[in-house]
Design a protein around this ligand. Sequence first.
Ligand SMILES: C[S@@+](CC[C@H](N)C(=O)[O-])C[C@H]1O[C@@H](n2cnc3c(N)ncnc32)[C@H](O)[C@@H]1O
Length: 238
Amino acid sequence: MHSVGGLSDRLRRAADSVLALSMPGGRHVASVLLGIEGYLYPHEALYLYWLARTAPDPANIIEVGSLRGRSTLCLAAGVRQRGHGRVYAVDPHVYGTLLELRANIERFGFQRQVTVVPERSIEVAPRWGEPIQAIFIDGDHTWAAVEADVCLWLPHLQPGGMLVMHDSTELSGFEGPRQVAKEVCRVGEMFEAAGTLASITWARRRGGAIDWNPPEYGKRLLDYIIRKRAAKASHAWR
Ligand SMILES: C[S@@+](CC[C@H](N)C(=O)[O-])C[C@H]1O[C@@H](n2cnc3c(N)ncnc32)[C@H](O)[C@@H]1O
C-alpha cells in the first residue's frame, strides 16, 4: 500500500486524476481524486460516480467507511449530477479523520448531498428506516466486521438495489472482504446479477423494475495493468 501524504501519493493522485479525465464522466471526479488522499483506483472512483448518477429513485446511498471522503465525494458527485439523492457516510473515524472529512465536504461544496454519520456501522444499521438503493462497504476489513456489515445492511436494500464491496477481489490483499464477497455476491436467490471491477465486487438484488447496470469504464485496460503490476511485484519478492 502506498504512503498517504508523501510525494509518491501526490504523484499517484495526479495520475489518477488524469486517467479519470480520459473516461466519460471523469471531469466530475478528477478534482476529488487529485485533492483527497485515500484508497480508490480511478476507474473505481468513476464506477461509484456512475453508480450514484444512475441509481433508481430516490437514490439513498449508504457508505460504510469514508475516511477523508475520497469515495464519499465520488458518490456525492453522481448524486449532484442527477439532481437529488443522498450519501450517508457512516464511519466512527477510528483514525481521527472526522474533521478532515467535514472539511473536504465543505471544500468541494457537497453539504447538500452528504450526511455524515460518525458512528459504527453495526450501531447505525439496526435503527435505519429509509429504503436504500445502493450500499458501498469499505469499513473495518476483518472477515467478522464485513460479514456483519453485509448482514445488517442487506435487509434495507431495495429490490433492484446494488451491494458494492471494496477490496473484495483478487486484486486486493484483504482476505476478509474477499471471502465475504465470494460467499454472498453471486447470482442466486438473493442477487440476479454480479460482477467485479478492480477491487470492487458488486451484486444487484432481485426484483427491481429495471436491470440497473452502472457503466464500468476503464475496466478492461486498468484491471489488466493492475494485474500485471501485482504479478511483477510478487515476482520481485521471490
Ligand atoms: C479503507 S478506509 C475507507 C477508505 C475510503 N472509502 C476512501 O475512499 O478513502 C476504512 C474506514 O473504515 C472505517 N471504519 C472502521 N470500522 C468501522 C465500522 N465499524 N463502521 C464504519 N466504518 C468503520 C475507518 O474509520 C476508516 O475510515
